[in-house]
Design a protein around this ligand. Structure first.
Ligand code: ZN
Length: 204
């Protein structure tokens, strides 16, 4: 089963993709992680990706599609995969449709208020990039490495609102595009409940 996880920032799609991957024995493909990984290698493709990222530019769709194509051809994807962080736009979805068939698109829904509340309490470790919620930590130190935590620029209220607006504008067309393949899930519930709802609705 080829699955996409879709949802606004703060909907927990990264977390759910990881959990789902374990439960369904399908590899999780995060385009963000994949691009970072390739950018660290000393290949021509890695250098290319790095040159965009170092200028703060988005990696062009054509390159991301090539990267995904290479990834899903690996053996571990023979029974399917869980794609997270891509596609974000209709054009990306159409490109993706040319290299693979998507069976289900899990749409994690949360209210804007919930997204803002979750993102604005998010803190990241300066050193190891671990992510925490202010609700679950004491003090301002990383539990893994002891370094200071900080609030990312894109997790500040003004930036969050912009990201949510962009998500809506870009994602609504995707919902129409995937039509019956969309599986709607209430993402505001606790992590375990959300996971169970997804598994139930996927019949997994
Ligand atoms: Zn750390």
């Amino acid at each position: 089963m080829n699955i996409i996880l879709l949802g606004p920032q703060g909907s927990g799609k990264g977390t759910q993709a990881t959990l789902l991957s374990g439960k369904m024995q399908l590899p999780k493909i995060s385009t963000g992680d994949l691009l970072r990984e390739i950018a660290q290698g000393k290949t021509p493709l890695g250098e290319k990706i790095k040159s965009y990222q170092s200028k703060g530019l988005l990696v062009p769709d054509g390159i991301v599609i090539e990267v995904i194509k290479g990834r899903i051809q690996r053996k571990d994807c023979k029974n399917g995969f869980i794609l997270e962080g891509f596609p974000r736009t209709l054009m990306q979805a159409e490109h993706l449709g040319k290299i693979t068939a998507i069976d289900k698109v899990v749409l994690l829904k949360i209210s804007d208020a919930e997204a803002v509340s979750r993102l604005s309490t998010r803190r990241q470790c300066k050193k190891c990039n671990a992510i925490y919620s202010l609700n679950n930590i004491e003090g301002n130190k990383c539990a893994k490495c002891g370094s200071d935590l900080y609030q990312r620029e894109d997790d500040k209220p003004g930036a969050i609102k912009k990201r949510l607006q962009l998500y809506k504008k870009e994602t609504e067309p995707l919902i129409k595009y995937y039509g019956k393949r969309i599986v709607e899930i209430d993402g505001s519930k606790p992590v375990e409940n959300v996971l169970n709802d997804i598994l139930k609705k996927l019949g997994a």
